[in-house]
Design a protein around this ligand. Sequence first.
Ligand SMILES: *Cc1c(COP(=O)(O)O)cnc(C)c1O
Length: 329
Amino acid sequence: MDLTPPSIAHVLAAQQRIAPHAVRTPASCYDAIDRAVHDAGATGTRVTVKHENLQRTGAFKVRGALNLLLQMPDDARRRGIVGYSTGNHAQALADAARQVGAPCTIVMPAAPNAVKEQAVRALGAEVVLHGERLEDASELALDMAGARGARLVSAADEPDLVAGVGTVALELLQQAPDLDVLVVPVGGGSGAAAACLVAAALAPHVRVVGVQSAASPAAHDSWRAAELLSRPNGTRAEGLAVGRGFALTQAVLRAHLADFLLVDDDEISRAQRVYLAAARTVAEGAGAAALAAVLSHPALFAGARVGVVCSGGNASEAELRRALMSTGS
Ligand SMILES: *Cc1c(COP(=O)(O)O)cnc(C)c1O
C-alpha cells in the first residue's frame, strides 16, 4: 500500500481534474453565527462557513472519490471498487463510480442511517449490510474485493482521496484569503490531513485545528500519543464514528496540525441548531463539529478569522429533531 502523502501539486491537479464533476461550494459569513459565537465567549471572531453540505451527495468526500476514480485505468475501472462506510464515503464512492461508469459495492454495518443507505442504493451501488461495527464491514469488504479483483478503497489511507479532499481547503483559501485558523472535523483524518498539506504549502500562517467527538476519540488520542491507537467508538455523528488512527493521515497531522479539540455529542447537536437557526443551514452531526469546537472553546478563537468546514448535510429527521430540541449555545 502506498502511504506517501500527496503534495500540493497533487491537490492542484485534483482541482482541475474534478472541477467538471464536483460543486465549487460557497464560503459564507453570517452575522447571526458570529453573534452566537460572541455570546458563547469568543469576542471579535469572524466565522466563514465552507458549505460542503451543498456538495454533490451532501458531503465533501465525493471530491476524493472522484479524484481516485478519474485516475483509474480502464481495466481497473471495469473490475470496479469495493468500499466500507457508515454513509458519506459510501455515497461518494457510489456517485463517483456512476459518473465514470465503474461498478461499486458498499459494505455497511447493519442498521445504517436510512437516509444514507437509500441514497447509496439510488446511486446504483450494490449495498451489503454486515456486522455491527465499521471494522466488521471492512473485513468483509476486503474479502469481497479480493474475490472479485476489485479495488478496495480505504476510508483514509488513500493518497488520491486525500489529494481530492484537499480541494476543500484550497478553494476556501482562494475564497477567504485572510483566514487565521481553519477548523476541520476528523474521522479517519483525510479532510484534516489534506487541509494541513494545503495550508502548509500555500498559507503557512493559517493554523489548522482538528475536531473529534469525545465519544470517538481515536484520531485525537493517536495524535496526542504520536502512535496509532484504537479507541471506543460511540459517537452519534456517523462521519466521525471511526475507531482507530490511520497511518497516512496521522503522519501528516503529526507534522502539521496546530491543535486537536474534542467536543461532546450534545455540543455537536447544539451547533447543528445554530446552523439551522442562524444560517438556515442543514448540517449533519459531523458537519457541525467544527462550529461546535468554536462554540465550546471560545477562548481559543477570540478575535480570529476562523474558517469552519461544514463537511456534510446528510442528517436524518431524528437527528434534526434532536438538534432543534437542544438547549444552550
Ligand atoms: C467523513 C466525514 C468527516 C470526517 O472526515 P475524515 O476525512 O474521515 O476525517 C467529517 N464530516 C463528514 C460529514 C464526513 O462525512
